[in-house]
Design a protein around this ligand. Structure first.
Ligand code: ATP
Length: 355
């Protein structure tokens, strides 16, 4: 393992910023720490970097205990949200600054610089000052400075958040390509689930200082551990609906089809992704309340027994508000959650199909 974080805790006064965090990053892996604002992502990353003291627990990098070592003895490089470039230095000087401080021989600096500018396409801007560059170019310089250090571990804290959506997409791909090509282990912090799903080999999702799920991206989508995860990943998020108890089992609507014959509906909630729900001529009765057309898809909002459920359909939908419809789905695409603990039942019984 390249990075091992074990039972790490951090408190600021009354705020428990990180609670008992444990996870590993394998060599050459890109791990994303994901979660809403204030959940402890940056604090956790700063503890791995050595910029924030650890209260309890341990951190190992490349097998060596580093928990109480300063950042420069951890063999890591970092890229921050605020690129932290020196405004009075040129692109070239910014990139090689760290190597000069460490008194790396100039022939070695030139060799590494040539490689980095080639990788990042910065050859034409080496003499420019950061203020003369676009956000994307500045970001590349910050990346260049991290890459030239040739450290086996790179830590990134929301490095793309200052860029517009289009540039974010291309920089995202660029970072992944570089990370794979250089074979570095990377820990990448973001609150953006799309960034996490598209970039990560593995995601650690945090909520209120705690890791709630540590998994591969597909599992977050298909097997979320609880309702928080189910709704954090996916746009629009998974529909979560309470069920009711009927004489014949759990249903969405008292007079509607039974979903789970052997369950007490009041104790469970049902989850379905918008793309797995469909409008049908039979199924669970609902009323269309609105729609959003996105070009490739239309999101149709329906009301079912007083609760909203969004259905994703391909292309333009003719469906109008007020239409009475039926909702249906492949029963295998349903998730079942405990209504009290909000955890997903890994061994849920099969739901009834509606024919
Ligand atoms: P964001 O995405 O908004 O940056 P985050 O998930 O990175 O959030 P942290 O910045 O790690 O979250 O903060 C976690 C908690 O610790 C928050 O409640 C924050 O207010 C608190 N916190 C962070 N740094 C300090 C500090 N230096 N002093 C006091 N409280 C802090």
């Amino acid at each position: 393992m390249q990075i091992e974080v074990q039972n790490v805790c951090k408190r600021y006064g009354k705020v428990q910023a990180v609670k008992d965090a444990t996870f590993d990053v394998a060599e050459g892996q890109l791990l994303v720490i994901l979660g809403p604002s204030g959940c402890g992502k940056t604090t956790l990353l700063r503890m791995i970097a050595g910029l924030e003291p650890v209260m309890s627990g341990s951190i190992r990098i490349a097998g060596a205990e580093v928990t109480h070592l300063p950042p420069d003895q951890r063999n890591i490089s970092m890229v921050f949200q605020s690129y932290a470039l020196f405004p009075h230095l040129s692109v070239r000087e910014n990139i090689i600054f760290g190597l000069k401080v460490r008194k790396v021989p100039s022939a070695e600096i030139d060799k590494r610089l040539a490689k980095v500018i080639d990788l990042l396409g910065l050859a034409n801007r080496l003499d420019a000052k950061p203020g003369e560059l676009s956000g994307g170019m500045q970001q590349r310089v910050a990346l260049g400075r991290a890459i030239i250090a040739e450290k086996p571990v790179t830590l990134m804290d929301e490095p793309l958040s200052n860029l517009d959506a289009k540039l974010r997409n291309s920089m995202r791909r660029e970072i992944c390509r570089l990370q794979r090509r250089l074979g570095i282990s990377m820990v990448y912090v973001t609150h953006d689930q799309v960034e996490a799903m598209t970039m990560a080999d593995r995601i650690v999702l945090m909520c209120e200082g705690r890791i709630v799920q540590d998994d591969i991206p597909e599992s977050f989508y298909e097997r979320p551990v609880n309702i928080f995860v189910a709704r954090f990943i996916g746009t629009p998020p998974m529909n979560i609906l309470p069920m009711c108890s009927t004489a014949h089992g759990a249903a969405l609507v008292p007079e509607g089809p039974v979903l789970y014959p052997e369950l007490d509906g009041s104790r469970f909630k049902m989850g379905i992704r918008p793309e797995n729900a469909r409008l049908s001529d039979k199924g669970h009765p609902a009323v269309v309340t609105g729609k959003e057309y996105l070009g490739s898809d239309t999101f149709i909002s329906c009301e079912i027994n007083g609760h909203e459920l969004i259905v994703r359909t391909r292309g333009l939908s003719e469906m109008a508000a007020g239409a009475r419809v039926f909702l249906n789905w492949d029963p295998k695409s349903l998730c079942l959650f405990d209504a009290r603990t909000e955890t997903r039942l890994a061994d849920a019984p099969a739901a009834n199909p509606v024919f």
